[in-house]
Write a protein that binds this ligand. Structure first.
Ligand SMILES: [Mn+2]
Length: 244
């Protein structure tokens, strides 16, 4: 890979402002740093459209790597009008914020079905490359010492690459609570670290590191900074400090 530093950020969930404060805070330089984004770009937070727009350019122009999260998959399913399950879950899991972000400035009244149709039209007409981008994302990335995934690895699979897509996108307890069966450290998001150790900071488990600081829940956005095998974390709060 050849870059001096790897920076990993997960579950941005439309938190455009925090994302950019964090990139500034870690002094991200695309030429020197390998940025890895662990998915869930959209939903819950206020600016999904801007986060996707920026992530497309980080990947396509600046060599960042991105993997897919469950919310990214659901967004694509909605835009492609693919599954009933996606429609049922969308509004219950922060989808309204995604609609607001893409339809900004237009009338937001109407049934959920209307809003979904308008979201679909807007994305297909004006941001088709957003759906294309999220749709083609891989489920994992790995380097010499680490495996990067959105949710985790199912220890039932001796060859983790053979686990079902659902595990890459959704797995929780059966990954958190058991030893991994891989010889690299698994860096993951999806589960807020506050649910793992009662704090929004990075969670260091045995053979695994959870980094979702719960930014869209008003907590914080974490970056894992890896140099060789050495790991540190840097965080910014979800909201800017009030100026008094
Ligand atoms: Mn997730």
């Amino acid at each position: 890979m050849g870059k001096e530093r790897t920076l990993v950020i997960s579950d941005i969930h439309g938190c455009y402002d925090a994302f950019n404060r964090l990139l500034e805070r870690v002094n991200y330089e695309p030429v020197k740093d390998q940025l890895i984004l662990l998915g869930d770009f959209v939903s819950k937070g206020p600016d999904s459209k801007m986060v996707v727009e920026q992530s497309v350019s980080l990947v396509q122009e600046h060599g960042a790597i991105a993997v897919q999260g469950n919310h990214d998959e659901r967004f694509v399913d909605i835009v492609r009008n693919r599954t009933k399950e996606a429609r049922e879950k969308f509004f219950r899991h922060g989808g309204r914020q995604t609609v607001y972000s893409y339809l900004k400035g237009s009338d937001m009244t109407g049934s959920e079905e209307d809003l979904l149709n308008r979201l679909r039209e807007t994305v297909l007409e004006r941001y088709p490359y957003h759906a294309d981008f999220l749709e083609q994302l891989p489920y994992y990335y790995e380097d010499k010492h680490f495996i990067y995934v959105h949710a985790g690895l199912n220890p039932k699979y001796p060859n983790w690459k053979e686990q079902p897509k659902r595990d890459f996108l959704y797995i929780k307890d059966s990954f958190h609570n058991a030893d991994t069966v891989v010889n690299k450290i698994v860096v993951f998001g999806h589960t807020k670290t506050v649910d793992l150790h009662g704090r929004a900071d990075v969670w260091y488990g045995k053979g695994k590191i959870g980094i979702d600081g719960g930014c869209a829940s008003g907590l914080q956005l974490n970056a894992l900074e890896i140099i060789g095998e050495e790991v540190h974390s840097v965080s910014v709060p979800a909201r800017r400090a009030a100026i008094s």
